[in-house]
Design a protein around this ligand. Structure first.
Ligand code: GLY
Length: 349
């Protein structure tokens, strides 16, 4: 099944289904017939999976980058660009990111800046990648000050989300994807009672369709696309703080789940929604098996300071919040309220 990202001169398709990774090279041959070099960028944990068989090492070059978030820094980006230059990748050629959200973020960014832009195709093999990171052209690396603070918009030629690659996904990676799926379920205002009866394939399709509709309307996040950052103000802060001490402590979607629960409580305390909205958030997270505990030993004031560095912040504390008019970006929230709600939320654990 294909979902179109309807951008005027850069429209492309997200191809979803079992085994669709095998269509990638035919797709590139048709869409970029002048391409001579095809360079797959991945990391060793993906390269050793049985599904990696779709990459024919005789015809395709493979470059490995470090695992996970350790690929998302200037040093790894520089190494990758040097490799591309050594292999003489030209603007006619195609870069192919194969892996999870961290891979598609850094490969997308390399594709945006190397030679001022080369074509890229993403083969998203994790749930976070398939429902969010690989779609919509956001690319980024991290700074010590926060996640994804350096990046560019660079739309891919196409995105392939192969459900077969999810079978080998570690449990925490699956849960991480569920955090982004929970965000989409809540943004769509869907009924929690139908959640259990919805298959994983349907959840992925729902998330991709929501993202396609929003990105098609607001590619560069000047308006509605910011709603896709629901739960992310707290998530990015706790993720960055946890990452600084242990790369494995908190996955992106796990942090998003915590951020969603917190955002519902903040909206309630600010008088924007009734208590039943908080209950609905908790039910959705519980049904998807997600926890909502902020890591115990992170300091509340460190978290709030880090939230102030978020890209969405306008020199203040900015959140996507539910409200009487639906979801909206709310800037300038009183820091004392943010701290009080965070303390009380942490106290629930
Ligand atoms: N991950 C949010 C966005 O792509 O806009």
């Amino acid at each position: 099944m294909n979902v179109e990202i309807a951008l005027k001169d850069r429209a492309y398709e997200v191809v979803l289904g079992e085994g669709v990774r095998r269509e990638v090279f035919d797709f590139i041959r048709h869409s970029r017939p002048r391409a001579q070099a095809l360079v797959v960028v991945t990391s060793s944990s993906f390269r050793t999976q049985s599904w990696f068989d779709f990459v024919d090492a005789e015809r395709v070059q493979v470059i490995e980058v470090p695992e996970g978030e350790s690929a998302k820094n200037f040093s790894a980006l520089e190494d990758l660009c040097e490799e591309l230059a050594q292999r003489k990748l030209s603007r006619d050629d195609v870069l192919i990111g194969v892996g999870g959200g961290a891979i598609t973020d850094v490969v997308g960014f390399a594709a945006a800046v190397y030679l001022r832009g080369v074509p890229v195709v993403h083969v998203a093999t994790s749930l976070v990648g398939q429902v969010d990171a690989a779609i919509g052209g956001k690319t980024a690396i991290n700074l010590a000050a926060g996640k994804n603070l350096v990046g560019a918009f660079h739309q891919p030629l196409g995105v392939f989300c192969d459900f077969e690659t999810l079978a080998s996904l570690p449990e925490r990676e699956r849960l991480s994807g569920m955090g982004e799926i929970a965000k989409c379920w809540l943004l769509e205002g869907r009924d929690v009672r139908s959640l259990e009866a919805t298959s994983l394939a349907q959840l992925i399709e729902m998330s991709v369709r929501l993202k396609a509709a929003i990105v098609g309307e607001d590619e560069l996040e000047s308006g509605r696309r910011a709603l896709l950052n629901y739960g992310h103000t707290l998530a990015h802060a706790i993720e960055a703080l946890a990452l600084a001490r242990d790369a494995d402590e908190l996955r992106h979607g796990e942090a998003v789940a915590i951020g969603l629960a917190y955002a519902a409580r903040l909206a309630h305390v600010l008088g924007r929604v009734d208590a039943d909205v908080v209950v609905r958030h908790d039910e959705v997270l519980d049904t998807l098996g997600l926890h909502r505990n902020v890591p115990r030993d992170l300091d509340t004031m460190d978290i709030v300071r880090t939230m102030g560095h978020d890209k969405k912040a306008h020199h203040d504390l900015t959140f996507v919040l539910a409200g009487p008019q639906g979801f909206e970006v709310v800037a300038g929230i009183d820091p004392e309220t943010v701290v009080r709600v965070l303390e009380s939320f942490r106290g629930e654990a």
